[in-house]
Design a protein around this ligand. Structure first.
Ligand code: NAP
Ligand code: MG
Length: 400
């Protein structure tokens, strides 16, 4: 038994990922670790019963203990209301947790030799950091009914003069949208990216559309650059470089790059590009995700959802072949960080052995359907959800 000195906050979730969650804990973690898990069940019914207080409590617990690991959860929509008889369309738990902890989401693909990315040049992982505040995600919109004027108006809190800009004089129906961002949020995004890049020894790329948006996007460029300048010595010491370019240039270069960089993205770019990167590296089941808060708190999860379609098959007693790799990496990420913060190298070493067991299992040709479809050489058959975890367990046993 390996003792994990301080607690990890564990958040259970929904559907197929909940099934995997149980198997991973039972087969790959609890037999080997003496660990104090502070458990919060974010199952959709529990969120409903507690009026979603459980999610807020979980977020507060992560803030208290420093490290959390989360299973994928349902973000309710109209269909879920009737499926689970919910009181209301509770907000996305990830959104709630992010709002409480603040911070940046980093997504990184798990790479295995026999699962080549769709983009031939990508030989190392591209980590995408998405700024998770403002822009169109906190927009204000008007559907313009007919002729009239739309303007931007800023009314200072002090007595200074109002600032007004005409957006457009409409001669007929249209649409208009207001977005905002905050210097302090961009700054904290830049700081988190720098901290991550220094710790992982990755060069940083950042991009915006400052040739067109000479104030809004230019502000992102300048605030980010300000943080780079302030941390130059730290970046130099780690051998980390900074590269700013236009977003279209960045996209074009990414498609020919070998990877091994941290790509810092504005909110919308990160939303879109992280999905492009995820699919380009092969399978959603191989994409990991971590929320890093400016206060130094870490929350790990798989980037995919609850894999609903597989769950319905599972409920009917049919065979499923769901990839648990990203979920296992959520746990190893949390364990490695816990070990690093606690100064317990044996915990860090367990995490890296478990990761190696996952990679070697896949490399050896034992894989789930999502990977079998794209692996070269293709395995003779895809294993089931359980068989994949059992194969990883056997590999792990060899290493301990
Ligand atoms: P999803 O769960 O990510 O699954 C979409 C499809 O991607 C699956 O049907 C499956 O394709 C494939 N896939 C994803 N993960 C896989 C894995 N581990 N192994 C094998 N295949 C995998 O997205 P969704 O079906 O759109 O969303 C389902 C629920 O998840 C929704 O209620 C949504 O709100 C929630 N969600 C939660 C999070 C989160 O908690 N972080 C994130 C996204 C979505 P095939 O069917 O072709 O096999
Ligand atoms: Mg997206």
């Amino acid at each position: 038994m390996i003792t994990v000195k301080n607690p990890i906050v564990e958040m259970n979730g929904d559907e197929m990922t909940r099934v995997i969650w149980g198997m991973v804990k039972e087969r790959l973690l609890l037999p080997y670790l003496a660990i104090d898990l502070k458990a919060y069940d974010l199952h959709i019914k529990v969120r409903d019963e507690t009026d979603d207080r459980i999610t807020v409590e979980a977020a507060n617990a992560i803030a208290r203990y420093g490290v959390g690991v989360k299973c994928a959860t349902i973000t309710p929509n109209a269909a879920r209301i009737s499926e689970y008889g919910l009181k209301e369309q509770w907000k996305s738990p990830n959104g709630t947790i992010r709002a409480i902890l603040d911070g940046t989401v980093f997504r990184k693909p798990i790479m295995v030799a026999n699962i080549a990315p769709m983009v031939r040049s990508w030989v190392k992982p591209i980590t995408v950091a998405r700024h998770a505040y403002g822009d169109i995600y906190e927009n204000v919109e008007i559907q313009v009914p007919g002729p009239g004027k739309a303007a931007l108006v800023f009314t200072p809190a002090d007595d200074s003069a109002q600032i007004t800009r005409l957006i457009h004089e409409f001669d007929g129906p249209g649409v208009v949208m207001g977005v905002h961002n905050l210097d302090r949020s961009i700054r904290s995004f830049a700081q988190t990216c720098i901290a991550y890049a220094v710790s992982a020894k990755l060069d940083i790329w950042f991009a915006a559309k400052d040739t067109i948006s000479k104030t809004y996007h230019a502000r992102f460029r300048d605030v980010f650059q300000g943080e780079i300048d302030a941390h130059q010595a730290e970046l130099d010491a780690a051998g980390v470089t900074y590269f700013y370019t236009l977003i279209d240039d960045a996209v074009a270069r990414i498609m020919r790059h070998e990877g091994g960089i941290l790509w810092a993205c504005t909110n919308y770019d990160g939303d879109v590009m992280s999905d492009m990167i995820a699919s380009g590296y092969g399978s959603l089941g191989l994409m990991t995700s971590v929320l890093v808060s400016p206060s130094g708190v870490y929350e790990y999860e798989a980037a995919h959802g609850t894999v609903q379609k597989h769950y319905y098959r599972h409920l009917k007693g049919e065979r499923t072949s769901t990839n648990s790799a990203a979920t296992i990496y959520a746990w190893t990420g949390a364990l490695a960080k816990r070990g690093e913060l606690d100064g317990t190298p044996e915990v860090v070493s367990f995490a890296s052995k478990l990761e190696a067991a996952v990679v070697e299992t896949i490399k050896g040709g034992t894989m789930t359907g999502d990977m079998a479809r794209i692996a070269q050489p293709a395995p003779t058959e895809a294993v089931s959800t359980e068989e994949f975890i059992e194969a990883i367990e056997r590999k792990l046993e060899e290493k301990l």
